[in-house]
Design a protein around this ligand. Sequence first.
Ligand code: XIL
Length: 361
Amino acid sequence: MNLSQPSRRALIASALAQSALGLAACRGRAQTPAAAATLPPLKDAVAFPVGAAISVGGLEDADYQTLLLANFSQVTADWEMKMEQILQSDGSFSFAKADLIAAFARQHGLRLHGHNLIWYIYSPAPFERVADDRAAFERAYGNYILAVGGRYRGQAVGWDVVNEPVAEDGQGYRDCLWRKVFGMDYVSIALDYARRADPDAVLFLNDYNLESNPKKRASFLRLVEDLQKRGAPLGGLGSQTHVQADLPPGAIKAAVRDLASTGLKIHISEFDVTLQPSRLMSRAAKLEAQARLAGEAGEAMAALPAAQRYAFTTWGLRDKDSWLRHAPNAGDGTDAPLFFDDEGRPKPAAAAFLKGARGTA
Ligand code: XIL
């Protein structure tokens, strides 16, 4: 998603704030064209797991649950498994909301993808307090990863161990508390603790704009290559794929192809196609582009060797559930970035995704 850093950071920060307040999803005007004809359940129609980011608030809605269970076989917690929800200011852990997501997944036989253990955005007080003592900091770092990764051991099929390590402009890597203490070894150290926490989960690096920014993709792949050379327990790569409607054709396929050249499992981990900011394209043209991009993403996944097809995840369920509709500065509240409209009807993007994923594009 080609937001400039401040506005993306502001978007996440304000969404974080709203999530912390547990605000329900905004009510957006249904702006999508007539929904596509009824479709087969997404999860039954393609040769790889189809996931969605979900929230505890969303699960309180029966229609949300019905749509989720009909179409998806994997879930990612939108917010509940993140450090800012789990780690309390006194250093204790609260898993109450994360456990609700995990319990729902277990109850309904859904794959659970963990998101995320370490993210540059966080610098919580319990870690800041020991930032000058590397040994104490590593004890806290390892203890957190072992506690969270270990809690869902045997259930989580994978974890985004480090989220968004590459600098926004693609030149090198982000500065963050973790890097301040460990240098870039923070990534391999996190992977090692995550492997100790869960011997079976696929361990991922996850980042965004890998489609629209070849420099960022190159930096991401340099980090991956270094980790592979060092024998780090890296098992998969997540490309968030938050994209804009004007992303050039072929960009998604090129990114997936490059990431797959590592031999690692591939997760299109947070797919959405924003219709904002509005450029020269009409809304109808942007919805058509959204469908084309969804079809391309389906084709890219289907083209992977079966062993590398980890999953395809949309970042939310219905348009009104999208993070892009929550934050006050996320445009005019009419964004329609997902496969299902506000009423849960499949959109042309859902039909195009299926066509692409089934090789009938
Ligand atoms: C977003 C969630 O959707 C919001 O609800 C939360 O408040 C902020 O984070 N890339 C990521 C996700 O890896 O964790 C972000 O999710 C969206 C961008």
